[in-house]
Design a protein around this ligand. Structure first.
Ligand SMILES: *[C@@H]1O[C@H](CO)[C@@H](O)[C@H](O)[C@H]1NC(C)=O
Length: 477
């Protein structure tokens, strides 16, 4: 006892030699902890919801006085002149001396030239333009002016008996998508089934700058702001309340609609649920110390973190380019259909299943080649590749608004289809921080980033199942 006491006094004595330090150190620690706590609080708290102008004019200012709010029928056309020009450019590519791939590199250095030559040959000689044009026009197309932009969309009404409830569903594509992405899924969505009493009327628009929809005349039309345009489109069509589905950029647009218009969006379904907010990203990073604590079942979809970061480093160079100088790469791709297709095909390879880049066909056998070419035709004929890529630039430029969307929770009932090779994954509990009424997720052991395109039946079934759950939830409420 005695001894320890004397020891203690000794230490005190010793410490007091540094008296000034003794006083300052705790102060510094307290200040540091206070500062860090504030920083963490600052990062975690939801930024204020932006005040978006619901009537902002995105077309050329001179067109504002003449806005035509009518809805006009529309048809996709392949003119003879365009076809002749396209064929001659494809033939130019076929004649060109090509850089050969190195041995056994498949798609790891980018597009596989050997496979691609066969593809171009198919496009130029086998792809039936007449037949595919008919296919593309099988649904009713329309155009209407929203906030200064001519918006192109497909609208399909189901033919059903009176006792079947018809629910409006907005389907939002991403990049490099178009209305075409949903063509094979539409029949599944508009056909009544015995096991439920509803069916969808689908509205499939092309986002501003994509395909036949006009591009903004000024900067600022980021995905969240496009959500306003899409909401106004639904209002124009007479839908006060509706369901929304989106993947890729369509996810960002749709998620913003659920955040901005929770009284209009009846339910939100997505095949890419990612919350780009500090809290989930921090927990993801910290989770690398004990991955199974964060995600037990699909651990390898998030960890090892170094592997995920390596994947993003290797596969998102295009994104950096499009987030910064979309018009430069866009101009290059607008000059040659082969260049356009090679750039987009590589995205389909990596997005569908990145492991397929080690195979010569890149796993593209999962698609019908005609379906892919249809999509590229829409980009080529409209010359919209540059303007479609601007969405990336607007997305990063408009950070405060986009960030607020990720950080503001929404109570709109939500469901997420989680395909195996999707580019990003978050577990349910983290998604719930943003989607407080996430009613469930559907994890799959196959499929990739382009759900509607690659697995139309699975995609449609999951929407139907989700909407069933949304309706039960609303009744309970
Ligand atoms: C393309 O399709 C049309 C319409 O289905 C058909 O009449 C025509 O013979 C086809 N052309 C070729 C070259 O197969």
């Amino acid at each position: 006892m005695e001894k320890s006491k004397s020891n203690k006094s000794k230490t005190t004595q010793k410490k007091c030699k540094f008296r000034s330090c003794c006083a300052i150190l705790p102060t510094i620690v307290v200040l540091f902890v206070a500062y860090m706590s504030y920083k963490v609080y600052d990062v975690m708290r939801a930024p204020e919801m932006p005040d978006l102008d619901l009537d902002e004019w995105w077309g050329p200012p001179s067109t504002k006085v003449l806005q035509d709010t009518s809805i006009k029928q529309f048809k996709i056309e392949f003119s003879d002149m365009m076809l002749k020009d396209l064929r001659s450019r494809l033939s130019d590519y076929q004649r060109m001396k090509k850089t050969k791939n190195m041995d056994n590199t498949a798609w790891t250095y980018g597009v596989n030239v050997e496979w691609f030559q066969t593809f171009v040959n198919y496009w130029n000689t086998k792809y039936n333009f007449t037949e595919r044009l008919k296919y593309l026009n099988q649904y009713d197309h329309f155009k209407t002016n929203i906030q200064g932009l001519g918006i192109h969309y497909v609208r399909v009404k189901p033919k059903v008996a009176d006792n079947v409830k018809v629910l409006p569903l907005l389907l939002l594509h991403g990049w490099p998508g178009s209305v075409k992405e949903f063509y094979e899924a539409i029949p599944h969505l508009i056909t009544p089934r015995v096991d439920h009493d509803f069916v969808f009327e689908v509205v499939v628009p092309e986002l501003p700058g994509f395909g036949y929809s006009d591009t903004a005349a000024k900067p600022g039309l980021s995905p969240a702001v496009m959500g306003v345009v899409m909401r106004n489109l639904m209002q124009r069509l007479g839908f006060k309340q509706y369901y929304v589905q989106g993947g890729d950029f369509g996810f960002l647009v749709g998620s913003s609609m659920a955040t901005l218009f929770p009284n209009e969006v009846l339910g939100f379904h997505t095949n890419l649920a990612m919350v780009l907010a500090a809290k989930p990203l921090l927990v993801w990073a910290l989770g690398s110390f004990w991955p199974s604590l964060v995600e037990d079942k699909f651990t390898n979809r998030m960890f090892p973190l170094s592997e995920r970061l390596g994947f993003y480093m290797e596969e998102t160079g295009y994104m950096h380019l499009q987030c910064t100088k979309p018009d430069t790469i866009g101009l290059a791709l607008s000059s040659s259909p082969a260049a356009l297709a090679s750039y987009l095909l590589e995205k389909f390879v990596i997005g569908t299943n990145p492991n397929e880049k080690f195979n010569v066909d890149g796993g593209l056998g999962r698609y019908n080649i005609d379906d892919l070419i249809d999509d590229f035709m829409i980009y080529w004929v409209t010359g919209s590749i540059s303007t479609s890529m601007r969405i990336y630039k607007e997305w990063v430029r408009n950070f405060p608004v986009e960030n607020a969307m990720h950080n503001t929770p929404t109570a709109v009932p939500t469901w997420c289809l989680q395909l195996k090779y999707e580019i990003a994954y978050l577990p349910e509990f983290m998604l719930r921080w943003k989607y407080t009424n996430l009613l469930g997720v559907t994890p799959m052991e196959e499929g990739g980033h382009f759900a509607a395109f690659e697995m139309p039946q699975v995609f449609a079934n999951d929407i139907i199942n989700a909407v069933k759950k949304f309706r039960e939830f609303q009744i309970k409420k």
